[in-house]
Every structure is written in C-alpha cells, then in structure tokens.
Design a protein around this ligand. Structure first.
Ligand code: 3HC
Length: 708
C-alpha cells in the first residue's frame, strides 16, 4: 500500500467494512502514489473477508482530480482509467463518500464506485474543459449513463461545480447526508448496503439513459450549436461534447476509446498548455514576499469614500463578502445618490435571481450605511478612497482620512494611475497606505491590483491580499508607476490601435481582429462601452500637461466633440439603435477618419487581420516585458493574470507573456524590430525581451526561477 492510501477493515454486528482512505494533501489529487494505493486497496479488498468497501478522502476534500503537475511528464503506471476500471469490476460493492469537491478524476473515481454518498456541502464536477482537456478516465461515458446526455453535456462542457443537492436530483449521487464527516456518511451507507444486500451495481452497465438519446441528431445539433457559440475559439468544450455524444452513439468500451482519443488530442494542444499555465498562475500570484512575513490586520469593517460607479461597486463587493461598509460622500445629496447606486446593483441581483429580496434588504439595511460626515470612517478597519481621479483631490482626502481614521487602519486608494507614494506622503502614516485598484464593475470583475508603495508595511500589503481572498478576487501585487501593471499595458495597445487607424486601417477591422483573437470585444467597442468622453477628458488633460510623442487621437477627439460618447449616447464608433448594446458600423465615423488622414497628409495603408494582431500583441508583450523588467510586476505570470482577469485576454491563450513564449520570443522580437523601422519612438524593444532572447530563455524561465 502506498503512503497516500490506507486500508483497514472495521467489523461490527452488521458485517465487515473495508475503509480505504486517500491522504494526499492539499487536495488529494490522484497522483501516482494515490493511483498505486487505490489499485492495491482494490486488490486487497477483492481478496479479503470485508463485504463492502468505503472510499473517502482525508483532509479538506475528496479527490480534486488528476495531479495536474504530472501532465506533460511520462505517465507512470497504473493510469487512472485502469485503476477505476478495476474498482468498477469488483464483485463486492464499493461506496464512495464525498466531501469538499469530487472533481475531474475524482468524480470519475466516484462514478466507478457502485454507490455514491456525499455530505450536503460537497460539490462534484468535471472541470477538465477549463484546463483545455476532456475527462480522460471515463467521465464522458459514465456520467451520461447516470444523468442522460443533455445534463452530462452541460456539466462536461461548462466544467461547473454541481452542488450535492442537484447532483442527487439528477442521478449522480445516491444519498446526501447532513453532518461534515464523509467517513460517517460512507459507513452508514455501507451498513445499508449490507442490510439490504445491495449488489455491486456498475455504472458502465446502466445503458437506458444513453440509449434514450441514440441517433437524436436534433438534440446533438442543438447542443453543438450552443457549445460552439459559448466556446469563442476554445477547442475543449466542443471536443468534450463530442465525447459525451459518443456515449449515446457507441457501446461503452468503444465510447471509452473515443474519449481517450479526444483526451490525447487535447493533451497535445497549445490551448491545454495555455489553460494549465493560467490555472497555476492564478494561484501563484499569491506567492509574494510580503506574505512570507506579514500578518494581516483585522478586516471586520470598511469605509468607502465616494459613491460613484467605482465606490458603489467596491461597496457591493464588500457587502457580498459580509463586510459592513460605511459609504462617505461630500454632502447629503451625493450620499443619497451613492445609496441609489448601491441599491440599483442589489436590485439587479434580485432581478437576476442571484439572491432573494430578504438578503438584498439585509445587505442594504443591516450592513450598509451612508454618511456625509468624514468622521464616520473612524471605526473602519480599512478605508478605501474611490473619489475623483485627481492628485490634488486625493491628497486632500488622504490628509482628512489621516485625521479621522483610527490607528492601525489600512488606508487604500482605488486610483487607477496615480502615484501611491505621493498620496501616502500626504499622511503622517505612509506605512499604512497602499493602492487597491478595482476594475469596473467592481462587484463583478475579479482582478484586484494590490499596489505596494515604497513605505507600505508588510502587514498592510498582506491585508490587501487578505481582502482579495475575502472578496473572492484575484489579487496581483503591483509596484508604483503610471497605470501600474494593467493600465500601463492598456495605454500601449490603445495607442497602437489608434496609430493603425490613423495609418489606414478601419477601426471596425481592428475590433474584428481582436474579437477573432478571442477577446470579448475590440478596443473601439470597449471605448464605446466605457464612454468616449472619459478618454477625451484624459487626453485633454495630458495635452495641457504637455503631451509627448505621436498624437494619433484627433479622429477620436472629433467623434467625442460631436457628443458621440458611445453606448450611453446611442452613438460612438458604432450606432446603437433602440437601446441595443450591439452596434452597427457608422459610415460617418469612417468619413471623419478619412478627413483627419487627408488633413495630416497620410496615405492610408490598411492592414489585414494578421498584421493587426502582430502589432497589437507585440505592443502588449513589449510593455509587459518592461513592467517585469522594472519590477512593477513580480514575474511574467503576474502580467498574464492581470490581463486575463482585468482586460478580457482570452484564457485559452494563457495570458500575453505565455502567448509570447508559445509563439517564440525571437519571433516577437523580430516583429518589434521590423515595426521599429516604421516608428522608432513607439517600438523600442524592451531590454528584458532582448536579454531573454539572447540567453535562449523565455518568460516561463523567469516564472520558474521564482518557484512560482
Ligand atoms: N493537481 C495538482 N495540484 C492541484 C490540483 C490538481 N488537480 N488542484 C489543486 N492543486 C493545488 C493548487 O495548485 C494549490 O497549490 P499551491 O498551494 O501550491 O498554490 C493547492 O492545490 C490548493 O488549491 P487551491 O488553492 O485551488 O485550493 P482551493 O481550496 O481554493 O480550491 C479546488 C480547491 C476547488 C479543488 C481547486 O484547487 C481546483 O479547482 N482544482 C483543480 C480541479 C481540476 O481541474 N480537476 C481536474 C483535473 S484534470 C483531470 O482530472 C483529468 C482526468 O479526467 C483524467
């Protein structure tokens, strides 16, 4: 028996029960040791006198899936498929007792057991699709045998975690028990098996539900269409569906072979590599030096200064986490507007069925209050300033916050660009100040840039990460610079997009190329959504401060000067008719652009989709490299996670720096050098990029060097 799996027999008057415990922290992944242990336990159970077996996981969860860290390495026998086939074939019944999560190979193990019981809080699922894979140990063949093809297709192609109550209802589980001890639940079910003499019931033999869909082309066609639409260029959802359909079209063993074929195909795909990078990167961003020694300060109450879009979104995200929030505005009227903004978000939640009216009222009335008196922040553990984006305003506010906040409170600014060192210097306690850059809508977007300034105390930075965890956000550590990680990179790709337009490419072609690349929208569609007046105001300010470099936004200024601010005015780059959010192209916009080009004497040189994306990506990658080079991002993976969670970068491409690694850094550098001939100011290659190419390394070498 391996150390990861133990075996003992407990006997009482009901009979002899074999207890097989998996112990492979932190998540009981089905590593080589677990597979070996399970195979040995099954063999021992087959040979001894125990009449029924219970398999369960020690610690916080049942098996959370195959051990992802083993992917890409030579497979060590036995494989999971063989192990769980061995369990299913046993003649004596095996009960699987689930707590925490049974995911991927974990649920597949459970499906091969003859009975499944879970405690109430457990969840099950086949999330392989989110790693660019499909279930590879029979999940696509056994699950539909329990739930039918349609429900299985939903679970396998979405990768969602199914709560125990639903899993019971749709046939995945046989029982759900109160309490939190899976072993207790498993033993109780095993006693029932003994008392009722229940047989070893094999999922692979349950054919009624899959046969019910055999040849149902109408159903398969509808499912294919639905999945293709949602997949947006991602391969795995579509192939996962084909594997599920095979369960209805082929006998079990042939279906298993088809699943294996698809699994192996996906295992080789670059999308799989990118998605697994994203999985680990999302977790590795928590590995920052401050957390090694820092101790989070208490986080039991918060104050938010400002009740506009950002302030109200931040407030709601904290209310969702059960944190009491006092919102502070400058006068009664603004405070009332702030309350309205918060209540609107909460009402939307009720309308969309996210929570009920009673919960909405609890958040709005028990946890939330508004005030126009800044002294109301005096009891807050954390104060988040989300006021107007202006250094003078922020410094003035921080002077006041300093006067009223209790000692030890964490003082945060939600600025998206400004220098946190300068803001901190306005207080007598710069060690308590940090940046917490939320993304709009703040109650939805999962990214939180945690900006650690020169004097920020390690405990304060640690509290920033603790807040991210509490709000279920992904916190990324960033250093101080104009725009931190994300907006600094954003500025570069918006610039290159405007250069391309001015030089001859249609803004609509740029949006289409970016959309086809996998983003949810192109830069001009994003401008229309955010409001073209915002960029216009920023540019005006920057020009007044003395704009340096090429100014390619005259056409955007003209569109904004016509009062065309985007979706909110029904017209921007696109025309939005009857309140629609889907815009139609506007010939007048193209005329304005032509006009600007001819005034500037530009001979239009339109670019095709490939040329557009080479420039767009090179701009992102080059700036991403600079952000790492300067230590603004700790590692390349922090850039990737920022762009994935805050800027719509397609997850199945892993993030911009993973994408760069995958296409080859030498190729990216060659592109930048080629573009440098067109515009030497914009396209200076980042030193880090040049160095990495020179050393024959890539961004991932840097990730690995930090043990991330
Ligand atoms: N393999 C290896 N390591 C894993 C892992 C896995 N399947 N799942 C989680 N881990 C690691 C994480 O990387 C993390 O490591 P770290 O502490 O060094 O950063 C640690 O376990 C704890 O994970 P989380 O921080 O994510 O813990 P949570 O409690 O927040 O979440 C979870 C637990 C819901 C189980 C989440 O980890 C998760 O979703 N895991 C992946 C599940 C999955 O995708 N399973 C399918 C795998 S593919 C497969 O099974 C193929 C099969 O069909 C053949």
């Amino acid at each position: 028996m391996s150390e990861a799996v133990s075996y003992e027999v407990v006997s009482d008057e009901a009979g002899a029960i074999a207890v097989i415990a998996i112990d492979n922290p932190p998540v009981n992944a089905a590593s080589h040791a677990v597979r070996e242990g399970l195979a040995a336990a099954a063999a021992r159970f087959a040979a001894d006198t125990a009449q029924v077996a219970v398999i369960y996981g020690k610690g916080r969860t049942f098996i959370a899936g195959a051990d992802i860290r083993e992917f890409g390495k030579p497979m060590q026998q036995p494989g999971l498929t063989e192990v769980i086939d061995g369990i299913e074939k046993l003649d004596k019944p095996v009960v699987c007792a689930i707590h925490g999560t049974a995911l991927g190979g974990g649920l597949e193990t459970a499906l091969s057991c003859h009975y499944r019981v879970a405690i109430k809080s457990a969840r099950v699922g086949l999330p392989e699709v989110n790693l660019g894979l499909c279930p590879g140990a029979g999940g696509t063949q056994r699950l539909p045998r329990l739930t039918g093809v349609e429900a299985a297709a939903d679970i396998v192609t979405s990768g969602r975690h199914v709560p125990a109550a639903e899993a019971l209802k749709i046939g995945i589980l046989d029982a759900v028990e109160d309490g939190d001890d899976p072993l207790e639940a498993g033993i109780a079910f095993a006693r029932r098996v003994l008392a009722e003499k229940l047989p070893a019931r094999r999922t692979c033999d349950e054919n009624d539900k899959v046969e019910a869909s055999r040849g149902n082309e109408e159903l398969f066609g509808a499912l294919r269409e639905r999945v293709k639409k949602k997949a947006k260029g991602q391969l795995s959802p579509q192939l996962c569906l084909e594997a599920v359909i095979a369960s209805a079209e082929l006998p079990f063993t042939e279906g298993m072979a088809r699943e294996r074929e698809i699994f192996m195909e996906l295992m080789k795909s670059p999308q799989r590599e990118a998605l697994i990078h994203a999985f680990f990167a999302e977790r590795a961003v928590r590995k920052v030096p401050e957390l090694e020694t820092g101790k989070a300060r208490p986080l039991n109450s918060a104050a938010v200064i400002g009740g506009g879009t950002m302030g109200s979104g931040i407030t709601v995200s904290m209310l969702f986490a059960g944190l009491p929030v006092t919102m502070i505005e400058r006068d009664e009227e603004s405070a009332a507007r702030g309350r309205q903004n918060v209540e609107k978000i909460l009402d939307d939640g009720v309308r969309r069925g996210k929570f009920d009216k009673a919960h909405r009222d609890h958040l709005a009335n028990d946890l939330y209050s508004v005030s126009s008196d800044i002294d109301s922040l005096k009891d807050a553990d954390i104060v988040i300033e989300a006021a107007f984006e202006n250094m003078g305003v922020k410094k003035d506010l921080f002077r006041q916050i300093d006067k009223h906040a209790k000692q030890g409170a964490v003082l945060a600014s939600n600025t998206s660009y400004l220098n946190i060192n300068e803001i901190a210097a306005a207080t007598d306690r710069p060690q308590d100040v940090l940046g917490l850059h939320f993304f709009s809508p703040a109650h939805v977007m999962r990214l939180l840039e945690i900006v650690v300034a020169d004097k920020t105390d390690v405990d304060v930075a640690t509290t920033g990460f603790a807040l991210a965890a509490k709000l279920k956000k992904v916190g990324v550590r960033a250093g101080v610079c104009d725009g931190f990680i994300g907006n600094r990179i954003l500025e570069r790709y918006l610039s290159i997009a405007s250069y391309m337009v001015e030089d001859g490419t249609s803004p609509y072609d740029i949006d289409r190329a970016v959309l086809n690349f996998g983003y949810p929208m192109g830069p001009n569609q994003m401008g229309d959504l955010a409001g073209l007046d915002i960029g216009y105001a920023n540019r005006t300010r920057k020009r007044e401060e003395g704009w340096k470099g090429r100014y390619a936004a005259d056409y955007m200024d003209r569109i904004a000067e016509l009062g065309r601010y985007g979706q909110k005015t029904g017209r921007g780059f696109y025309i939005y008719e009857d309140g629609s959010r889907v815009g139609k192209q506007d010939p007048e916009v193209l005329e304005i652009i032509d006009q600007v080009r001819s005034e500037k004497g530009i001979d239009p040189r339109p670019l095709d989709e490939e040329a557009i994306m080479r420039r767009y990506m090179a701009a992102i990658i080059n700036e991403g490299a600079r952000v790492v080079e300067e230590g603004i991002a700790l590692r390349p993976l922090d850039v990737d996670v920022t762009m994935l969670f805050g800027y719509g970068f397609p997850r199945w491409r892993g993030g911009p720096l993973k994408y760069a690694d995958m296409i080859g850094l030498d190729k990216v550098l060659a592109d930048i050098r080629e573009f440098e001939n067109e515009d030497a100011d914009f396209w200076k290659p980042a030193k880090l990029l040049v160095d990495l190419v020179g050393r024959g390394e890539n961004f991932d070498s840097l990730n690995k060097a930090t043990n991330a």
